[in-house]
Design a protein around this ligand. Structure first.
Ligand code: SF4
Length: 174
């Protein structure tokens, strides 16, 4: 997996102060995507053990609330397979940090309720490490710059632990 950027102190992509990883590769190709250069899986630099160490070091600061995964598309199957070992390490080393993930796939597509090219053998475990999922493609016609943490009104901010407990989609509302 490649990644395009790491934003060390990010207050726009999730609650609090976060460290955000922008992975490369996206097959959605939404109209007026805010960063089409990240569609290319070869864009940016390789995500290495050194990158993981750099992220863990950054995330260890008390003032960092957690990690945000952005793209590109973190839930393209190849990206899931690359991110999962890192998420395991993060949860083991820094269990108090939250994980937000943005995906052009809906939760139903990721969980298999609706067929999709994203779901693979590691999707369920990857979702188990995510606290908040912002789901759905960016839809230009539904763009609303007043929305918090999302670009268009079709996208949902989902509290995944609460969703699992309730057995239905629970939106994040903190
Ligand atoms: S899912 Fe995100 S990165 Fe991919 S095309 Fe849509 S807006 Fe761009």
């Amino acid at each position: 997996m490649n990644y395009g950027n790491i934003k060390r102190r990010d207050i726009a992509d999730g609650v609090g102060v976060r460290t955000t990883l922008f992975v490369s590769g996206c097959t959605h190709h939404c109209k007026n995507c805010f960063q089409p250069e990240t569609w290319d899986f070869a864009y940016g630099r390789p995500f290495t053990a050194g990158t993981e160490a750099e992220l863990l070091d950054e995330l260890s600061h008390d003032f960092i609330d957690g990690l945000t995964l952005l793209g590109g598309e973190p839930f393209e199957p190849d990206n899931q397979r690359a991110l999962l070992p890192f998420l395991r390490r993060l949860r083991a080393a820094l269990p108090g940090k939250t994980v937000w993930a943005y995906s052009g796939y809906t939760l139903e597509e990721l969980t298999g309720a609706v067929p999709s090219r994203a779901r693979c053998e590691v999707t369920d475990e990857m979702l188990s490490f995510v606290d908040v999922l912002v789901d759905g493609e960016f839809v230009e016609a539904l763009k609303d710059i007043t929305l918090r943490f999302r670009g268009s009104s079709n996208q949902r901010i989902i509290d995944l632990p609460a969703t699992r407990a309730a057995g239905r989609v629970v939106l994040w509302d903190k």
